[in-house]
Design a protein around this ligand. Structure first.
Ligand code: NAG
Length: 347
């Protein structure tokens, strides 16, 4: 009892001594509460609405399709492979439809649009989740050629733009929602190759799309996942591709990096994929669901603790701080400026 009274007296004294400080703190708490309440308001009559999700063979797309299906949405799940489509069908009911979609192939996108147009009738499409993506080839920039950049950009950025443009008429019809999967690597670029570029492109494409579409009631949300265990972060695929890049290098470049660099680079990949990647991919699909179900979807969703408390804050830090942090994570080539200087001193 006494302690409670003490706290009350303490707070009262604070108000008297620091009215401005206490006023500011109270306003922040009230604003935060209002935001939380607004954020938790749901749309009415959600089920019976059509949602089209790309990249449903595995990972986020696969889980999202199943969860939306269970919630009563009419899900049209786009898979790259027949195998992925069959597997998804076996664990869901026939109301979940699948289509085969290769986002780098305009004809494939056209036939998906045709299918969805027929399925949705004159209701239009309520949700488009642009989730399909790939990470490899990824590696130091001077290990890569244009083909390597195209392979990632064509799927993650150009494919996403084409899918969005072709579905826009259906989305405008129902004042629907677009959810684009970017990445923390779209906010902080590292690991050369098309991945960071493509995700950075998804961020800015989504920003301009949101500003253009607000007049039509179409809402656009961006998901920024940290590191999660999915096909994109599959160690087997990344290592196989790194070996391909390493074997292809000219002797000069390979010598400048050194065999040890390559071994350490692989070690860092293994360690970071094992320790950094979270297995709980529902953290990402929860954000996607919120963006579809909430009355007021957020513009950006940082998904995962690493995204919220490490990568996204680091992306706001001055570049030299981010540079130092990333340098600590990655190995150094033998012929780097510093090791050359050191060798000269040794001689
Ligand atoms: C997707 O389409 C592109 C372009 O038509 C083609 O090169 C690629 O092999 C296709 N990918 C798959 C997995 O079918």
């Amino acid at each position: 009892m006494n302690k409670v009274a003490d706290v009350h007296i303490f707070l009262l004294q604070l108000w008297i001594v620091h009215p401005a400080l206490m006023g500011t703190m109270t306003s922040i708490i009230v604003l935060f509460l209002c935001w939380t309440i607004r954020d938790s308001v749901k749309m009415k009559g959600i089920p019976e609405k059509h949602v089209f999700v790309t990249g449903c063979d595995s990972g986020f797309g696969n889980l999202l399709a199943q969860r939306l299906h269970r919630k009563g949405f009419i899900v049209i799940a786009a898979c790259l492979t027949e195998k992925g489509s069959q597997e998804l069908k076996t664990c869901t009911s026939p109301t979940l439809k699948t289509v085969i979609l290769n986002v780098t192939n305009p004809k494939s996108i056209d036939s998906a649009v045709e299918y969805v147009t027929a399925e949705t009738g004159n209701k239009g499409l309520y949700g488009l989740v642009n989730n399909a993506g790939r990470a490899t080839p990824i590696g130091p920039t001077d290990w890569l050629d244009m083909e390597d950049f195209h392979r990632v950009l064509d799927v993650n950025l150009i494919g996403l733009i084409e899918v969005t443009l072709k579905f826009l008429p259906l989305l405008k019809k129902s004042r629907g929602r677009i959810i684009n999967v970017a990445s923390v690597m779209g906010r902080l670029a590292f690991g050369g190759g098309g991945y960071s570029l493509s995700k950075c492109g998804v961020e800015s494409f989504s920003d301009s799309l949101r500003r253009d579409m607000q007049h039509f009631g179409v809402k656009v949300s961006i998901i920024e996942p940290g590191f999660f265990k999915t096909g994109v972060t599959s160690l087997e695929i990344i290592e196989k591709d790194l070996n391909r890049l390493w074997d292809r290098l000219t002797p000069d470049v390979r010598c400048a990096y050194g065999d040890k660099y390559f071994q350490n680079y692989l070690k860092v990949q293994r360690l970071s994929m094992k320790t950094l990647c979270s297995a709980d991919i529902s953290k990402v699909t929860n954000c996607m669901e919120h963006a579809l179900i909430a009355r007021y979807p957020r513009t950006r969703y940082g998904a995962g603790w690493d995204a919220k408390f490490f990568w996204l804050p680091l992306s706001y830090a001055p570049a030299f701080i981010a540079d130092i942090m990333l340098q600590l994570l990655l190995p150094r080539p033998i012929c780097s400026k510093r090791s050359l200087a050191k060798n000269q001193i040794d001689v």
